[in-house]
Design a protein around this ligand. Structure first.
Ligand code: ADP
Ligand code: ASP
Ligand code: MG
Length: 620
């Protein structure tokens, strides 16, 4: 007999008929001899309706009262589903998060789960009851009994956390689409179903806007090795499996907060190439990375910072032995970049003595303090950061090569991970040894035959804003101070990009930093920075909410040159200008104008051949 946790989303329990249909499926699972714990969301768009009511009364409702209000939605659906099961003759009981003992941090509206008491649940299961648990909610501690919620979309997280705590055999997420698709079918109607996806890829996709799974749910599945499947509520089709590696043993205590960082990685075999003052118009990045890819040079990090005037800076890293070649390619391109106009002030800089150090771990999602702690650790060691590139599960910094050992030691100490974290230098050495020596024709055949597809899915996030801080003194500790300030305001920062170009202001060398945050946090971030501007000694702070972030994700892009070039070319062909670029090993994100976001998503989806013949039906 298996123990199965099933979660049904809002649309799946959106009406009496749908609740009855869910009850039938739960009944079948129970009658097949399984113990079943069901997690449900609020019916249909109930939570949206409650949020709207709150804002009709107050422009800034208290977070505590928001939790009191929003948690009511799930209380309705659990009771109704329990009644529906009882009507079918299946013993069932509904429980709120507090009744189960889902204990969270006290952070209202975005609480993380600390632990889940399982005794009460297990008792009911032993009595032959199906237990129906309210998703999205918990209680701040056994003593204070403050109701908390986990953040919008958090029922997925409740379900996977329950599955981890109960050591369930399977966690099934039932929703209104057939599973995880190559893109949101509401925006890309010819998106295709994936039969499986790795938890690393799904973590990126979920945090880049694919709301089919709450990123924290994926994080828990990955950390605890929960077998996770996303399926349609309307069919018996198998859906999509989310594959996790065998996890390191971890305690259930501090479920969502223990060990934000799993490893410190480094790579000293990198060189940085920066192309400064290139024209800010569609097609430049596509051209540059197209040329680089055609020479089979593998690019690791790419960043393009905010532009000033009508030029951009683009920086990227390649392996050291490719640096001269990449520099030549970039330099040869300069005369052609102007489109007939002279580009006299564009230049290529090469920095050979660099190292990339990174912290990695699924537990850093939504915890802005972790990146800030990395920056302050480097600052305390007197190490200046030259480039920063972030993803939800990794923060990478480019530093001077001579400081690499000190950086690793300091980071391993602070995040309590052993120095034996993944050693990229060895990994890339082994990869290059293993890489067969083949000519270009064989190479592309090899790629199509044996390589995983470079891109698995694309995502669009239209709820971001970009902040830019001009003229930040270029010395150790500045990034640390800025991101600590934001972390203290609970603002999670997404793409962080430090410009390559230095400017001397009043005798001080300065750089610009731009980053994206959730649009709702933009004002908080702006105010915090403006208040600190004099102290920081920085210049103007600007906010741009008219942006969209479009991303491609796939583990297969590692060691496959040309993926970035294809993405940028798809944007250029549609006359879409790229405002910012940030990459990690398995994703590339570009910021574009908001009103071009959907077009950008569709163009990229098509460019990677992800479109299927069938149109996905989405229920409303
Ligand atoms: P639920 O209420 O079941 O939790 P959500 O609305 O939270 O459902 O998530 C399902 C929705 O996620 C789908 O209807 C779809 O529009 C959206 N979505 C975004 N990206 C993807 C993707 N890559 N695959 C599938 N669905 C996606
Ligand atoms: N009802 C909550 C929301 O709409 C939680 C969820 O559905 O996952 O955000
Ligand atoms: Mg959801």
């Amino acid at each position: 007999m298996a123990l199965i946790v099933q979660k049904y989303g809002g649309t799946s329990v959106g009406s009496v008929e749908r609740i009855q249909a869910v009850a039938q499926r739960v009944l079948q699972t129970a009658q097949a001899g399984n113990s079943v714990v069901v997690v449900v969301s609020a019916m249909g768009k109930t939570t949206d309706g409650l949020v709207k009511l709150a804002y009709e009364i107050s422009a800034s409702p208290s977070r505590r009262e928001m939790d009191m209000l929003l948690s009511t939605g799930e209380q309705v659906s659990i009771a109704l589903l329990s009644m529906a099961l009882q009507e079918l003759g299946q013993p069932a009981i509904s429980l709120t998060g507090a009744q189960v003992g889902i204990v969270t941090e006290a952070a209202h509206t975005r609480a993380r789960i600390l632990n889940i008491a399982t005794d009460r649940l297990e008792q009911h299961l032993q009595n032959g009851q199906v237990v129906i648990v309210a998703g999205f909610q918990g209680v701040s501690s056994a003593n204070s009994l403050e109701i908390t919620t986990l953040g919008r979309g958090g029922s997925d997280t409740s379900a996977v956390a329950l599955a981890a705590a109960l050591r369930a055999d399977l966690c099934e997420i039932y929703t209104d689409v057939p599973g995880i698709l190559t893109a949101d079918p509401r925006l890309v109607p010819d998106a295709q179903l994936m039969s499986e996806i790795t938890s690393d890829e799904m973590l990126e996709l979920a945090s880049l806007g694919a709301k089919v799974l709450h990123p924290r749910a994926v994080e828990i599945a990955r950390n605890y090795g929960v077998l996770l499947v996303v399926r349609s509520s309307w069919t018996d089709d198998p859906g999509t499996k989310v594959l996790s590696p065998v996890p390191q043993p971890r305690p259930l205590e501090g479920l969502e907060i223990a060990h934000p960082v799993d490893g410190v990685e480094f790579d000293t075999d990198q060189a940085k190439i920066a192309l400064l003052r290139v024209p800010d118009r569609p097609g430049i990045a596509a051209r540059l990375f197209g040329e680089i890819a055609s020479q089979d040079l593998d690019v690791d990090l790419i960043i393009q910072s905010i532009h000033e005037g009508n030029t951009n800076d683009i920086a990227f890293t390649v392996t050291k032995n490719s640096a001269t070649h990449a520099e030549a390619v970039a330099s040869a391109l300069i005369p052609a970049l102007g489109g007939g106009q002279p580009v006299s002030d564009a230049e290529v800089l090469v920095e050979q003595q660099i190292a990339k150090v990174a912290i990695a771990g699924a537990g850093m999602i939504g915890r802005p303090g972790v990146a800030a702690q990395m920056f302050s650790t480097l600052a305390d060691a007197g190490i200046n950061i030259q480039m920063i590139s972030t993803s939800e599960v990794k923060v990478s910094c480019v530093i001077d090569a001579v400081e690499c050992d000190r950086a690793i030691a300091a980071l391993c100490g602070v995040f309590e991970v052993r120095q034996s974290g993944v050693r990229r230098q060895e990994t890339s050495f082994e990869l290059s040894r293993l890489k067969p020596q083949v000519n270009e024709a064989q190479n592309s055949k090899l790629k199509t035959q044996n390589m995983p597809p470079p891109v698995r899915g694309v995502a669009l996030d239209q709820n971001q804003a970009r902040l830019a801080i001009r003229h930040i003194p270029d010395r150790p500790g500045m990034a640390a101070r800025i991101f600590r300030l934001l972390a203290d305001q609970k603002v999670s920062v997404d793409m962080i990009i430090q410009s390559q170009r230095c400017r001397i202001v009043d005798g001080v060398t300065t750089r610009d930093i731009a980053f994206t945050v959730a649009a709702i946090d933009a004002e908080t971030a702006r105010t915090a920075l403006i208040n600190a501007a004099t102290d920081l000694g920085c210049g103007e702070i600007t906010v741009d909410a008219e942006i969209a972030k479009v991303s491609i994700v796939g583990s297969g892009m590692v060691n496959q040159p040309g993926v970035a070039a294809r993405m940028f070319a798809a944007l250029a062909q549609n006359q879409i200008n790229i405002q910012m670029i940030a990459t990690s090993e398995i994703k590339i994100s570009s910021v574009v104008a908001k009103d071009q976001g959907v077009q950008a998503l569709q163009a990229i989806h098509a460019a990677f051949g992800l479109s299927g013949a069938e149109k996905i039906q989405v229920s409303t």
